[in-house]
Design a protein around this ligand. Sequence first.
Ligand SMILES: *Cc1c(COP(=O)(O)O)cnc(C)c1O
Length: 239
Amino acid sequence: MYQLISKNLEQVRVQIAEAAAVVSRNPKDVKLVVVTKGHPIEAVEAALEAGVRVFGENYAEEGLSKILACSEWAGVEWHMIGHIQSRKARIVAANYDWVHSLDSLKLARRLDRVAGEVGRQLPVLLECNVSGEESKFGFHAWEEEAWPIFFEQVSQLLELRNLQIRGLMTMAPFLSNPEQSRPYFQLLWRLRNRLAQRFAHLDWRELSMGMSTDFQIAIQEGATQVRIGTAIMGPRTKL
Ligand SMILES: *Cc1c(COP(=O)(O)O)cnc(C)c1O
């Protein structure tokens, strides 16, 4: 397992560097979040041995068991990237280092409250639905006419003192050709630039976009964090 993960990791790092080079970006400005959902703790340990220090998980409790199992390792970051049910907000606020999937005001208020209770400040990305697919979570962002409503919601988020907005996150639709994801990433980039004008005192630096099939396109379109599972960890097994 170690050898496969280590080889995949090396290959993905080369591909990140290639994609960055296309648009003259520094590959160091792209954080690789290795998504371990659906993989057992042994696989996470193999990834740690291969040098991974940044992990993404979709389910609060599945991730928590891994966070606890790997607590001996120094300098490890855990990113929550999946939809968070209200009753799991406390687990997330108390144990994760980043939230990519802040997808509603209601969740934001709850996360802010529980983060306060456990005495933590949580860096968050606002998840945006840029495709209009009903199956996707996120703020309504696929048509520019809806952006003013989103901006209004962002104004309300500003009052939540335990959440630190750092940027946006999205998932492109599942498409056969990764090139087809490009317009969705471009839309997120434009939206981010508008937010940075409108809320200039905030930090909108981070764009979390790109997964195993389309991360090279996402990097060309400005991704600062890519969330990669299968291409590094292999196919997901049932736990
Ligand atoms: C599972 C998942 C990923 C990783 O997907 P792969 O295709 O395995 O790279 C990235 N982001 C989110 C939100 C996910 O749920």
